[in-house]
Design a protein around this ligand. Structure first.
Ligand code: HSE
Length: 430
């Protein structure tokens, strides 16, 4: 190991450029914290000519990112390319295989291949670090893996996608529909041009699967995450939520249940007074509930050059200083393969919004379904009176099994007086 920690960076977009800038600007304090200087010796990116706002003239340009893994002088490869397959995966595998530590911001890669990559890192006695992959600048990996290591974690949950949180916040504040606000989010650079991973909950699910593996000491299991995005949330649901004392948030939740770990990403209702309900705009927040510590909440920016570079560099400092923790908190051989608890067995209260014709007998039809499915209704709102026209009816249930709600909705959908697919939101006890 040389005195200087030489690194190569693959992907010089907003995060890569900011990482290079901060490494230079804070060189003295980073050297003091690491115990050795960190030097970027090579970079690789798709387009060479682009002005990135940082001076790359003294850094080698490498056309093929894989060459970073082959260079003898490079101790750590920083992967900022993204994507669960292709060049990002090839590079990380090659670098670990060549005995280099890797810092990655790639949540899709870690969520899909983290177990295998972690084993490769262990085998070659190097580090795979991914603080920046979850919740950007919030140091939640370190918090969960090291700061809370005394605890048996019962539940970890959070707002893990800033784009969705921004969209839901603006919809609530302005009453504008989802599609309009999505365009704003794209124009502001929050959502990708193809925003599906954000708004369909996949990005949050990648992050949740990583948190869950650390929290429960289990093999990462992205396929077990039950995922629903926010496309179907409408301003009327946000309005009803306000009226009922709730906020709608896209939450990723992983919790221990009697039948295993349950992981879900869903828009859900949380009490307005809950701390997480106050997290608005592009901000992220992650709560962890531990046996000794109780509840903790970490809050901050989940994306963007500065926050993500902050986490990338924190990983580099740890590696440079020789601080090591097993990739998911325990050695790969100690990771459990946990049973995935089925979503159907969840118990809780639910919000249902139905669009029905305003005429006698409709409620009797609905309540007959709930009677047959043993679903108990706590409250009902029908706003307005419009004989024979369509009106929204909102029901809040008492605690019930998710499976019963699903069966009820299937039956309700077949009633002639119900004209639209019922909207269901779980009310999370937070
Ligand atoms: N697209 C993500 C978000 C940030 O909107 O939070 C990167 O994971």
């Amino acid at each position: 190991m040389s005195e200087v920690m030489k690194i190569g960076i693959a992907g010089v977009g907003t995060v890569g450029a900011e990482t290079i800038r901060v490494l230079k600007e804070n060189a003295a304090l980073l050297t003091a914290r690491t115990g050795r200087p960190i030097e970027v010796v090579a970079v690789s990116a798709r387009y060479r000519g682009r002005d990135r706002g940082v001076d790359l003239s003294e850094i080698d340009w490498v056309d093929n990112a894989l060459d970073l893994a082959a260079r003898d002088d490079i101790e750590v490869v920083v992967e900022l390319i993204g994507g669960s397959e292709g060049i990002a995966k090839d590079l990380v595998e090659a670098a670990l295989g060549a005995g280099k530590s890797v810092v990655t911001a790639n949540k899709a890669l870690v969520a899909h291949h983290g177990a295998a990559l972690g084993r490769t890192a262990e085998k070659h006695d190097v580090v795979l670090a991914y603080e920046s992959a979850v919740a950007g600048g919030i140091p939640i990996i370190k918090t969960l893996r090291e700061g809370l290591s005394a605890n048996r974690v019962e539940r970890v949950y959070g707002i893990l996608n800033g784009t969705c949180n921004y969209i839901l916040t603006v919809m609530r504040e302005t009453g504008r529909p989802f599609a309009d606000v999505l365009v704003d989010a794209q124009e502001l650079g929050y959502a990708e041009a193809d925003p599906a991973f954000d708004i369909d909950g996949v990005d949050a699910a990648h992050k949740l699967a990583i948190l869950s593996a650390i929290a429960f000491g289990s093999e990462i299991d992205f396929d077990a995450v039950d995922i629903e995005g926010i496309r179907h949330v409408s301003p009327i649901d946000l309005e009803f939520a306000e009226e009922l004392g709730y906020r709608i948030k896209l939450l990723g939740i992983a919790e221990r249940t009697a039948s295993g770990v349950q992981q879900r990403v869903r828009p859900c209702m949380v009490p307005k007074a809950a701390q997480i309900a106050q997290v608005d705009g592009v901000f992220n927040a992650v709560a962890a509930e531990g046996s000794s510590v109780g509840s903790t909440l970490s809050y901050g920016r989940g994306a963007g050059g500065g926050p993500t570079a902050s986490a990338v560099i924190a990983d580099l400092v740890d590696i440079g200083a020789g601080r090591r923790t097993p990739v998911f908190g325990v050695p790969g051989s100690a990771l459990k393969v946990s049973a995935a608890a089925p979503i159907d067995s969840l118990v809780g209260s639910y919000y249902l919004r139905l669009t029905v014709f305003d005429r006698p007998g409709v409620l009797a039809d609905l309540t007959a379904v709930f009677r047959d499915e043993q679903v108990s209704v706590e409250a009902m709102i029908q706003r307005g009176r419009d004989p024979n026209e369509l009106v929204p009816v909102v029901l809040i249930t008492h605690e019930t099994e998710e499976a019963a709600i699903r069966r009820s909705v299937t039956k309700i959908n077949k009633l002639r007086s119900v004209t639209e697919e019922p909207r269901i939101l779980r009310i999370e006890a937070i």
